[in-house]
Design a protein around this ligand. Structure first.
Ligand code: AMP
Ligand code: GLY
Length: 423
């Protein structure tokens, strides 16, 4: 089968690496791809509105859409309308990520545990509601904002300013509507499930590290590192997440005529009252996918095709290996602000010699030299029997990378390493 992968990040490099190992694969295309992806796929520039035509002409058997924006924009709908098999939800179901208010309303209809909330279209009404939520309070731009549309003010003044900033266009069109939520306390974890709209299969857990600095300090990023599995998601917690959150979501969307097909990524807060939904994403996480793919030994083309065909029940239980995978993101100086571009990168082969995988994200080739071309540049990923072992293996690979204008966090996995130390 010919497969076309959409995207250019570290998540897509990890997916491409796994797709390329499938016995069912005849040819792997990626658009736009990156130099890492080009080692396992044919990278081609295809204009967004030419993707459907390309898939038809090249007889592509499966399109795998990595990032959220094309899903929210309806690329999966356009492919399906032309009879092309696609992994990823239609625009209607991708609203789970595209509109925070949509997801909160769905939770209310399906009785899914999540923070108390209200949706607002003007600043005065939003500010008037603030006293009902106490402090800190969570204020979110409704639409896609690259993970940056959430503010958690600790004073009433900051909260008012955050609301004004969003309605003034601080997050562009994403802030035309604002959601105010009660602040939840607990530990966060990510939960992945594959679904064809009927069958739902858990597909691993992870813990992300969103802040740029060690000890979870500094501004939010797309994710500076992750490990999988997240030990705090015990089998009992997993059952609760499936029964109270994921299955009701899939069933409600199906019953309402907008079935969800693809991977559903639930961001959870594990509270004293049990797991609560913070948000949904309609795609794999980045860098969580890099860790998940290091634990998946099966045939990814076959699995994603079964999701796309609505035949997921035939897949049986999907198992990820017991080993722990941990990924450390190396970013370009300045990230998450303006990253320095053009810094030379070397040492990838040396880093991989010990069994680690270096997934590429914001990289490009200039006269044959690999250089940084984005914020998050590499995702250095290794496995071990414990988080501590995987952490050690990942950082010893990081040491072999020669990327003077890059930096990384030094403590990815710290919560779990501390727990392992106690156990
Ligand atoms: P989101 O983009 O919705 O995942 O939010 C980004 C981050 O904001 C999350 O990873 C949490 O750390 C935090 N957050 C979002 N909603 C809440 C909430 N209701 N209570 C506490 N923290 C939250
Ligand atoms: N790592 C967070 C995300 O992919 O949304």
């Amino acid at each position: 089968m010919k497969v076309l992968l959409i995207g250019s990040g570290g998540r897509e490099h990890a997916l491409a690496w796994k797709l390329a190992q499938s016995p069912r694969l005849s040819r792997l295309y990626a658009t736009p791809g990156n130099p890492g992806i080009a080692e396992v796929a044919e990278c081609i520039e295809i204009a967004p509105d030419a993707i459907v035509g390309f898939a038809r002409e090249e007889n592509v058997g499966l399109v795998v859409i990595g990032p959220e924006q094309p899903l929210v924009d309806g690329l999966a709908d356009r492919l399906r309308a032309e009879g092309v098999l696609v992994f990823g939800p239609d625009a209607a179901a991708a609203q789970l990520e595209g509109s925070k208010g949509f997801t909160k309303d769905l939770c209310a209809r399906a009785n899914i545990p999540t923070a108390r909330y209200q949706r607002f279209r003007d600043a005065a009404a939003a500010k008037a509601a603030l006293p009902d939520y106490g402090l800190p309070v969570v204020i979110k731009a409704d639409g896609l904002a690259a993970g940056k549309g959430v503010v958690i003010p600790t004073t009433a003044e900051e909260a008012g300013a955050a609301i004004d900033g969003m309605f003034a266009g601080g997050f562009g069109a994403a802030g035309a509507e604002v959601v105010i939520e009660q602040f939840l306390t607990g530990e966060e974890a990510s939960f992945f499930a594959l679904t064809d709209g009927r069958t739902v299969l858990p597909f691993g857990t992870a813990q992300d590290h969103k802040r740029v600095g060690d000890g979870d300090t500094g501004p939010n990023t797309g994710g500076m590192g992750a490990y999988s599995p997240a030990g705090i998601v015990t089998p009992d917690v997993e059952r609760q997440v499936m029964d109270r959150i994921v299955r009701p979501t899939v069933d409600t969307l199906a019953a309402e005529g907008t079935p969800y097909s693809g991977v559903l990524y639930a961001g959870l807060m594990l509270t004293d009252q049990g797991p609560q939904l913070i948000e949904y994403n309609c795609r794999f996480g980045d860098p969580e996918a890099q860790a998940l793919m290091m634990r998946f030994d099966g045939d990814l083309v076959d699995l994603l095709a079964k999701v796309a065909e609505g035949r997921l029940e035939e897949a049986g239980a999907v198992t990820l290996a017991d080993r722990v995978a941990l990924t450390v993101v190396m970013a370009a100086e300045g990230y998450p602000g303006t990253p320095t571009r053009g810094g030379a990168i070397g040492g990838i082969a040396e880093a991989e010699a010990g069994g680690a995988r270096v997934f590429q994200a914001g990289t490009t080739l200039v006269n044959g030299q690999l250089v940084a071309a984005g914020g998050r540049v590499l995702a250095v990923t290794a496995t071990g029997d414990t988080v501590a072992q995987a952490q050690q293996a990942a950082y010893s690979a990081v040491e072999r990378i020669d990327f003077p204008t890059g930096f990384c966090r030094r403590d990815i996995g710290w919560r779990e390493v501390a727990r392992e130390g106690v156990a």
